[in-house]
Design a protein around this ligand. Structure first.
Ligand SMILES: Nc1ncnc2c1ncn2[C@@H]1O[C@H](COP(=O)(O)OP(=O)(O)OP(=O)(O)O)[C@@H](O)[C@H]1O
Length: 205
């Protein structure tokens, strides 16, 4: 799996958020997108995920051949503070539902994932009653444990306590070595495992 950005740019109204971004993301590598608040890190990650449309240039996913733009989303999973969980579902219902359209990594079941997250006692609780840190653990699990080659993480340690941060590092170490991981963050705790760093500030006009 490769993601190729060629002369990519994004403009909101008259303001270019970034421009002339040419970059190759490769399998089994981890990338950090860094930059000041409001510089465009989340925007770039959402463009890579396909959730936001870029204004110029191209974003291509390749796996042997070029992957059509309308099916790129099948190859990536994302966790972000602004992506909501279905509040009315219980944790078990949500993970079962998720699995019906995006399988989890081989060997993982809804039950083992709940145990991995340390959320056994909340398995039958509606997500609306979860704390912000509990929700963040669930978001990380659905992104990192989905059976997809590309994992996109926006501010992955938002709302996590020390145990939650250890869980995050454990999930990365155990499940991400062979995948293409991109983290958008300003906090080294979130991206210290990344072996490539992209500063969005280098792609301002
Ligand atoms: N839908 C939108 N319409 C107009 N402007 C937007 C929109 N979304 C984001 N922006 C602007 O794009 C810029 C980049 O925002 P973005 O959220 O990508 O920054 P960021 O680097 O992730 O910030 P932070 O570190 O605070 O999370 C900001 O100036 C923001 O106001």
């Amino acid at each position: 799996m490769k993601i190729l950005l060629s002369d990519a740019g994004k403009r909101y109204n008259r303001e270019w958020i970034f421009r002339h971004l040419t970059y190759e993301f490769e399998q089994a590598q981890a990338y950090a997108i860094t930059g000041n608040n409001g510089s465009g890190k989340s925007t770039l990650l959402q463009i890579i995920s396909g959730a936001v449309q870029h204004s110029e240039g191209t974003i291509q996913y390749h796996e042997d051949d070029l992957i059509a733009a309308d099916v790129q989303h099948r190859f990536a999973a994302m966790a972000a503070p602004y992506l909501e969980l279905p509040e009315e579902m219980t944790l078990t219902e949500f993970l079962t539902f998720h699995q019906s359209f995006k399988a989890f990594l081989p060997g993982l079941t809804v039950k083992t994932i709940i145990a991995l997250l340390g959320l056994e006692r909340a398995a039958a609780k509606q997500i609306r009653y979860f704390s912000s840190g509990m929700k963040q653990r669930v978001k990380l699990a659905q992104a990192i444990l989905s059976d997809v080659p590309v994992v996109l993480l926006d501010e992955p340690c938002t709302n996590l306590d020390a145990d939650g941060i250890s869980l995050y590092h454990r999930l990365i170490n155990e499940y991400c070595a062979e995948r293409l991981v991109i983290v958008s963050s300003n906090d080294e705790v979130e991206y210290k495992f990344c072996n490539h760093k992209i500063s969005i500030m280098d792609y301002k006009e």
